[in-house]
Design a protein around this ligand. Sequence first.
Ligand code: ADP
Ligand code: MG
Length: 266
Amino acid sequence: MNQIIKLQNIIKLFHRKRWLSLNEGEGVVRAVDDVSIAIGEGESVGLAGESGCGKTTLGRLIAGLYEPTGGTVTINGRNINDGSTQVRRLLRTECRMIFQNLDAALNPFMTVEQILDEPLKIHTKKSKSDRRKRILEVLELVNLPVAFKNEYPHTLSGGEKRRVSVARAIVVPPKILIADEPVSALDVSIRAQIIDLFQHLREELNLTMLFISHDLGVLNDVCDRILVMYNGKIVEDAPIDKLRSRTLEHPYSRRLTESVLQIKVE
Ligand SMILES: Nc1ncnc2c1ncn2[C@@H]1O[C@H](COP(=O)(O)OP(=O)(O)O)[C@@H](O)[C@H]1O
Ligand SMILES: [Mg+2]
């Protein structure tokens, strides 16, 4: 299997503002702490772990939105931080990230059609009529009525906004999709629909997917493999069967599994 995403000894430090730290060194957060992983083409990998453990930071490093403090991120055989603008441009078409906060992600002054047209204008040379056609196609793919193209984000429900954000991520089909907590803000019934959508897209587009969630139950439905992150480190890298059979090995993963099972019983 072609290893499309490869991280070698990735470190990301953030420097907190001085007045928050009492002692020297306390102002540094090790958000990602020596992570090495490889993800194969077409694989769907879940990234779990409690809030603040470094999941979003890791996603952003893969998408090239952060520079690592140390280590190498290789996408499709190319080091994305080697300073080449050509590599960056390629990365932007190959790899798309869906952000957690819907209201920050969708421009409130643009209609759905304008939101979807933007990546087409930037990344393709399609004519206006071809772009229109693609927008209708992609609305159908994410299961939104065509008439929604004239709506503004504030008129949409949470689930509909999420569909638009997914549509924007795939309107120019990427090879890699990073979804950061894409269902965490949604009601349970809507959540199931969006999970269905991700399963469908995965098959339809042959995507390599990194699906970030603090909820192991969600990952169980979408992923082949699971990574558990704790304190900036990957403490477990296991096939999804191990989650189902409750045989994850790291004590922290076990605790995470138990808390999910408790929720399911309620
Ligand atoms: N831009 C930033 N500046 C400073 N600290 C940050 C920044 N982004 C994240 N952090 C810190 O890094 C750690 C990991 O954050 P994050 O990756 O958002 O975790 P998660 O997505 O798992 O909740 C946290 O301690 C967080 O406060
Ligand atoms: Mg996060």
